[in-house]
Design a binder for this molecule. Structure first.
Ligand SMILES: N[C@@H](CCC(=O)N[C@@H](CS)C(=O)NCC(=O)O)C(=O)O
Length: 204
């Protein structure tokens, strides 16, 4: 049995979304992020840094959302949701897959810290403002790319979309989306929101 440690609006959303897209059975262990359950000793035994997501699959224990997604695709994907390796489509897939966590997401994490998570006296508006500017630049890049493609890795939905969309979910929470200045990105996000697996992953 696959077990996913999950809290709403955290990166475990990505893994839950993939599990739903693949139609796999899994158990969801919910943690109350606001109450700090991810820093309790029971969870630190699962992930020593107290971060989400974490996954158990038989004897396998994993953290890092992108790595978990790759593992699940390799083990259960049967070729679904990613292009053949070493093709031009795979180059685009890998680029956007990693862009979602390595380039775009850090700006949303900084915004989250300085707009919501840190105690008020530690929040720095200039830091949040600079992160917002950089997040908007990432949205501009995505908008231009999506003016020519239905999905980030081409005309098919792939796991790269799952990686890219998480910072967009947070962008919506922080008021960067909807955005009239990013029409292609908006239409893409509407296509994503129509997917039942995504709806389940963001619901709770
Ligand atoms: N690169 C990691 C980041 C994991 C991460 O930082 N998750 C956040 C929630 S989205 C978290 O648990 N934060 C709690 C903390 O930083 O203490 C991944 O993709 O899984």
């Amino acid at each position: 049995m696959i077990t996913l440690y999950h809290a709403r609006y955290t990166r475990s959303l990505r893994v839950r979304w993939l599990l739903e897209e693949l139609g796999l059975d899994y158990e969801l262990k919910r943690l109350n992020f606001q109450a700090g359950e991810h820093k309790a000793p029971e969870y630190l035994a699962i992930h020593p840094l107290g971060r989400l997501p974490a996954l158990a699959d038989g004897d396998v224990r994993m953290f890092e959302s992108g790595a978990i997604i790759q593992y699940l695709l390799d083990k259960y994907g049967e070729g679904r949701l990613h292009p053949l390796p070493a093709t031009p489509a795979a180059a685009s897939y890998l680029q956007w897959f990693h862009f979602g966590e390595a380039t775009h997401q850090p700006y949303l994490s900084v915004m989250a810290q300085h707009l919501a998570i840190l105690p008020e006296e530690e929040r720095l508006p200039q830091v949040a403002g600079k992160a917002r500017e950089n997040a908007l630049a990432c949205m501009g890049l995505l908008d231009a790319h999506l003016s020519e493609h239905e999905y980030v890795a081409g005309d098919q939905f792939t796991a790269a979309d799952i990686m890219v969309v998480y910072p967009l979910v947070l962008s919506q929470l922080f008021g960067l989306l909807p955005s009239e200045g990013h029409p292609h990105l908006m239409r893409y996000y509407e296509r994503i929101e129509a997917r039942p697996a995504f709806q389940t992953a963001v619901a709770d």
